[in-house]
Design a protein around this ligand. Structure first.
Ligand code: TUI
Length: 314
């Protein structure tokens, strides 16, 4: 058994969070991960309150286990989504892409456990002081919106800086990564990329195929000039975006070019015009499996390496 104090705080069996992937992490995937003993997370992303409400109801039809909702703070619907999670008595809120403190008092007063994703020690300290239940320290290996620091560098510094449990994210897709995260002081992991190819993940077939075919150098980060860097698979779209950026296109022009690109990848499987957000670890994701098989492999793989951890040590 691999169980940390954070599992008891959240009422989950295994310290594995499923990343709140925009346009991808819906009730189908989140319910399957929660049923497998991890923490399934619905991504509220850029959707409105009505969509989120329906997904929460659907998830509750599929499982009675704890789950989370990821509130993407840059979303134009962040305020209404912040209220839906209170109305629906969502057990856990994970936030991303910003400073969540303006919402935290309300969520905590409603009994919601709040777990912000942070990409720096500074934000980790601020949210811990504001009452965060835990933090996810997310390295730049991750897919989607990213910070500067790697998981290896960020996680131990956040662990040292705050008194709340830390969950490691970015570049973790097997038991070795889980074990390494625990060695850095994390009490759990958040995994996105490997769940893209889960049977219960409703993302387009084209997306799954691109992830399965990816190798170590298949992703790139673009958007540094906009202040919101994003990691995605190298495709026609990301190459065109990178070129525009190198030519000095304005943030407005880049935003216009990017509009709708996540939906085109996730829903339409548009390999030309879609933005296929994906972590650097995609090169290790080789197999379609059920969410339960993935969660079990992460945990059992970690137990295996941890039990043999002294192999090289006399
Ligand atoms: O949020 C994510 N990953 C995401 S959000 C997303 S949707 C999107 N698409 C295009 C552009 C922007 C967003 C796709 N993937 N991960 C969590 C995360 N949070 N990574 C980095 C951060 C972060 C960065 C800076 C959090 C806070 C921050 O600064 C806080 C401040 O002081 O405002």
């Amino acid at each position: 058994m691999l169980k940390t104090p954070l599992c008891d705080v959240l009422g989950i069996e295994k310290p594995v969070f499923q990343g709140g992937m925009a346009w991808i992490a819906d009730a189908s995937l989140a319910a399957a991960v929660s049923e497998a003993g991890g923490l399934g997370i619905i991504a509220a992303m850029n959707a409105d309150a009505e969509w989120l409400r329906e997904q929460i109801h659907e998830l509750r039809r599929l499982t009675d286990k704890p789950f989370g909702v990821n509130v993407m703070l840059m979303s134009p619907f962040a305020d209404e989504v912040a209220q839906v999670v209170i109305d629906e008595k969502v057990p856990v809120v994970v936030t991303g892409a910003g400073d969540p403190r303006r919402f935290m008092k309300g969520w905590l007063a409603a009994g919601i456990k709040v777990i912000p994703v942070v990409a720096s020690v500074a934000l980790a300290k601020l949210v811990a002081r504001a009452g965060a239940t835990a933090v996810v320290a997310e390295g730049t290996e991750s897919g989607g919106h990213i910070g500067e620091l790697t998981t290896m560098v960020l996680v131990p510094q956040v662990v040292d800086a705050v008194d709340v449990p830390v969950v490691a994210a970015g570049g973790i897709a097997d038991g070795r990564g889980v074990a390494a995260a625990l060695m850095l002081g994390a009490q759990g992991v958040q995994v996105g990329t490997r769940f893209l190819v889960a049977d219960e993940c409703t993302v387009s077939e084209e997306y799954k195929e691109l992830v399965l075919k990816a190798k170590d150098i298949s992703t790139r980060a673009t958007g540094r000039t906009t202040g919101h860097p994003v990691r995605a698979l190298k495709t026609q779209f990301s190459t065109a975006y990178a070129r525009l950026e190198a030519e000095g296109a304005s943030p407005e022009k880049l935003a216009e070019f990017g509009t709708g690109a996540l939906r085109r990848a996730a829903k339409d499987g548009d390999v030309k015009n879609g933005s296929f957000l994906c972590g650097q670890i995609a090169g290790m994701v080789r197999e379609r499996q059920s969410a339960r098989e993935i969660v079990d492999d992460l945990v059992e793989g970690a137990q295996e390496v941890l039990s043999g951890v002294g192999r090289w040590v006399r």
